[in-house]
Unconditional design. Structure first.
Lengths: 378, 325
């Protein structure tokens, strides 16, 4: 063998990659089986009325309809990109519905389902993906921070915000969203160290959707993610992320503990990203179709629908009404997106500082006068 | 009331007053509480204001800045101490991608009144990462403001103005000058934070400096005067935004300008300042704007730092070259 061919020989697998991974997959906290059967869990009792169950279903269905419409809008060139939440509706709606009005959520860029539960207008989320602004909602009024694109950075913001709540004597908590990939970030580990050290009222809600774009969870962690919490000195719990009732119960309990001064909890919501990472991604390059088919059997909406139907809590009329409401929502989103005005070009100079600096004012004036020089040209 | 204070003590008193004035001011950093900071800038503050307002943090700079963002969102005014200039880089992500941008991306809904105090510059015989001048990285980032103090009076008033200011500020403290003394009128008032200042009037060459190099420039002016050359020295004080109107007025009279900083020459502040002077004062210039700075090398071992850092002679050499055109 020549030196050249030796040097270019493909090493497969990557050294060390055959180390044992995820040795045991412990039971998830589950209150609703994939078949839609209601089960009890000794640590997480959930009192939920029939009305609440129907309203949870409505949230799940409308959020998915929004997501489907946004993906379509991107395919038609109306959005620059879209990060789909397909498959993660229950994790997001369950977590969002656990929040109290004066709690504060710190999302990544995929938490459309949480945004929905906080009353954020879908068009204010869409505007970011259309390139109109960086998110049009008021983070203070909604208790839902702007999306954070730098992976994991928001977990520190949530922790600091929770430290502020502590200093204010507020009985509220912060909910930090992150993904499985983010658990490898230094800043996320710093956030958990700070939260533990100061016993800050923050809950880390990790949606383990199995992939960081294309890289599987085995490349991020050798232990189940929820067990990381042990090392930081606070409780970790793994919940079925496709079971909206279990997510609601587990997140409610963690937020209540945080508000009562018991410090942070790490929740691993075990779920699956049924779509692509974003509309720019092609998951067929890195995962098997059979895997997706397997997860489709655990669909978060189908299982709640099965439960509602079987138990007589909702009938065909109810589901038809929700479908119709979804279609109306889609029409509103589509129309609102197409009618969304482009921002004024001079907006790039706005809000860089509380008060514009002389140099920025000069550049703005130059920009205006440069563009004015084209007026009247053909 | 006028007192004689060191820059370090002036900062300490200024921080104390800022904390008295606003209960939302929270100091955060490594070793700033019980120890009072490695330079003792926060000495005694935790004892008087408590552990919730003077926070001994875990040893994690990204954590300091990232949690400061959250505290600012909640209405607090965090003052973060980075122990040494070379240790700011773990926090650089939070400073550049979050602190600097949140006001703009939230359309002003999330103000970030955060002060990032950094002892900067060399000359103290330290090991590596303790002598750096990272100001250009921050001045290049929109959304941040950057100031550098050079006197006890500016330290005392400047830190209070920075804490009260609505935008995030990188507040650079000339660590080798912490023990320099000067008069501070603590009962008076101060000029604006974002303004440069003529600190010595002259006619032949304009010399610009900030932070630790202001003293060096003044020493050069003193030496030049003995040879009959009159240097005008301007303390820039604010690095972002730059306040160059007094500089332009000076250069239009002298026709010559030398910019001095410890940071490496290439793409340092001197480059930006030279470009702006050239654009604005082209017809008044008798010589190109010259720069005196550190070399484009890693900061050297301390036995060589006196060769690396600009000093009186290198400033005078540049003045001679300027006058030689």
């Amino acid at each position: 063998m020549s030196t050249l061919s030796q040097a270019t020989e493909v090493v497969d697998p990557v050294p060390g990659a055959d180390a044992p991974h995820l040795p045991d997959q412990p039971d998830l906290v589950q209150l609703l089986t994939p078949e839609g059967e209601r089960v009890e869990h000794p640590d997480y009792a959930l009192e939920v009325s029939e009305e609440e169950l129907r309203s949870l279903y409505r949230d799940l269905a409308l959020v998915r309809r929004w997501d489907v419409e946004a993906t379509a809008l991107q395919r038609q060139g109306e959005l620059g990109i879209w990060a789909s939440l397909l498959g993660q509706e229950a994790a997001q709606v369950g977590a969002g519905r656990a929040l109290a009005a004066d709690d504060m959520a710190f999302p990544t860029y995929r938490e459309h389902g949480v945004a929905w539960t906080r009353g954020v207008d879908p068009l204010h989320v869409i505007s970011m993906f259309r390139g109109v602004d960086q998110g049009g909602w008021d983070p203070v009024a909604t208790g839902f921070n702007l999306y954070t694109v730098v992976i994991g950075a928001q977990t520190l913001h949530a922790t600091g915000y929770a430290m502020g709540m502590q200093r204010d004597g507020a009985e509220s908590a912060a909910l930090a969203f992150l993904g499985d990939g983010a658990t490898s970030q230094g800043e996320v580990n710093e956030a958990m160290i700070w939260a533990a050290t100061f016993s800050a009222p923050v809950v880390f809600f990790c949606q383990n959707n199995q992939y960081a774009i294309s890289v599987p969870i085995e490349r991020q962690s050798r232990v189940p993610l929820y067990r990381r919490a042990d090392g930081f000195g606070f409780p970790g719990v793994r919940v079925d992320g496709n079971d909206v009732l279990a997510v609601l119960a587990v997140t409610r309990a963690a937020l209540a503990a945080a508000r009562e001064g018991q410090g942070p909890t790490f929740i691993e919501a075990f779920t699956y990203r049924m779509g692509a990472h974003t509309t720019s991604d092609d998951p067929t390059r890195y995962r098997l179709a059979s895997e997706l088919e397997e997860w489709k059997l655990r669909d978060p909406i189908a299982r709640l629908k099965a439960h509602l139907s079987r138990s007589g809590i909702a009938d065909a009329d109810f589901f038809a009404a929700v479908d119709a409401e979804g279609d109306e929502l889609a029409v509103r989103i589509r129309r609102g997106t197409l009618e969304m005005p482009d921002p004024a070009p001079t907006e790039i100079f706005d809000h860089v500082y509380a008060e514009q600096t002389p140099e920025l004012a000069r550049q703005r004036a130059e920009f205006v006068s440069y563009h004015a020089s084209f007026e009247g040209e053909q | 009331m006028t007192e004689t204070l060191t820059i370090g003590k002036a900062l300490n008193l200024g921080l104390r007053r800022a904390m008295e004035d606003d209960a939302k001011v929270v100091l955060m950093g490594e070793d700033i509480g019980k120890l009072g900071g490695v330079f003792r800038i926060t000495d005694g503050l935790q004892k008087d204001f408590g552990e919730a307002r003077v926070v001994d943090t875990p040893l994690a700079e990204a954590g300091i800045l990232g949690t400061a963002v959250g505290l600012a969102m909640r209405g607090y005014r965090p003052v973060c101490e980075i122990q040494f200039d070379g240790f700011v880089f773990p926090a650089y992500n939070q400073i550049v991608t979050q602190v600097a941008k949140l006001h703009a991306r939230s359309k002003g809904r999330l103000p970030m009144p955060i002060v990032i105090r950094i002892p900067f510059g060399g000359g103290i015989g330290a090991v590596e990462h303790h002598s750096e001048s990272p100001e250009a990285y921050f001045a290049h980032t929109s959304g941040l403001k950057v100031v550098a103090v050079s006197t006890p009076a500016d330290a005392y008033w400047g830190i209070q103005q920075a804490v009260a200011h609505p935008d995030p500020i990188v507040f650079l403290e000339p660590k080798r000058r912490y023990w320099e003394k000067g008069q501070v009128d603590t009962a008076g008032s101060s000029g604006p934070l974002f303004a440069s200042r003529v600190v010595r009037a002259g006619d032949d060459v304009t010399v610009l400096a900030y932070g630790p190099m202001v003293k060096t420039a003044l020493q050069a002016a003193e030496a030049a005067a003995e040879e009959g050359r009159s240097l005008e020295v301007i303390d820039l004080r604010t690095i972002s935004p730059l306040d160059l109107d007094p500089v332009y007025a000076s250069v239009r009279r002298t026709g010559r300008c030398v910019v001095v900083h410890e940071a490496p020459l290439t793409l340092g502040l001197g480059a930006e300042i030279a470009a702006r002077i050239t654009e604005t004062c082209f017809h008044s210039l008798e010589a190109p704007v010259l720069r005196v700075g550190g070399y484009d090398t890693p900061y050297p071992p301390s036995k060589l730092e006196e060769e690396y850092l600009p000093d009186l002679d290198r400033v005078l050499d540049a003045v001679d070259r300027s006058l030689g055109f």
